[in-house]
Design a protein around this ligand. Sequence first.
Ligand SMILES: Cc1cc2nc3c(=O)[nH]c(=O)nc-3n(C[C@H](O)[C@H](O)[C@H](O)COP(=O)(O)O)c2cc1C
Length: 225
Amino acid sequence: MDTPCGSGWISSQPSALFEALGLEEGVHYEVVVTTFGGGGEPHAAAMGCRVLRQPPTILLRPHASSQTARNIQRSRCGAVNVASPEYIVEAALDLGVLALSFGVGEAVEAPVLCEAYAVVEFIAEDFTVDDVWLQVRCRPVALRYRLSAMRPYSRSSSLLVEAAVRLSRVEPFLSMGRREEALRFLSEARSLLESSARLAGGGSLASIVDAVRERLYSVERRISP
Ligand SMILES: Cc1cc2nc3c(=O)[nH]c(=O)nc-3n(C[C@H](O)[C@H](O)[C@H](O)COP(=O)(O)O)c2cc1C
């Protein structure tokens, strides 16, 4: 895989990160983190991140057992992709509804998500283990973004992201022996998903809602006593 992501990108200095993307320090943003696996296969996962201005820093917190944590520790680099809620949900749950296509980084050996609005390539400079999390301090080394009109806010897609966050925590919490919390996440995911479904219309968002619902049922079947 050595293709870039096609045309329509504006490249900028990584120091322009805050201005170009309208970021604010301290806000918790949800992004798609892309990394290469040990066999060179691209990997995408939804992750939360925060940013610091001086020096420009991206803070990530992958679960210590996640593929993303393993990949970043090995390759010491990756990319933060700013993407629509649908891609965040797809990357979190690997639903197979939306196709993710990957190009290559300009500055680091990492895949980038071609469907993103913006991509920040980074070098991972420092790792700290905190409970079950790997805290990673990342230095941005390349920035590119698309000039495209913003889509209107959709409650359905926001609720869907919240449902996906809860659902993605069920199995990690079960494997940590924290069944009560896992069941609470499952119940919250179910309720958020039903609200999302009511507002989803009948298009591609509804297909993703359906796929998340199928995933939720299969998790329920697996863990029911
Ligand atoms: C909006 C959102 C944010 C997430 N943030 C994180 C995160 O910060 N750390 C994490 O380990 N998993 C997070 N997850 C869950 C992961 O995306 C999901 O469990 C993923 O499959 C695990 O990562 P892996 O594929 O690298 O193993 C998030 C999920 C969603 C929907």
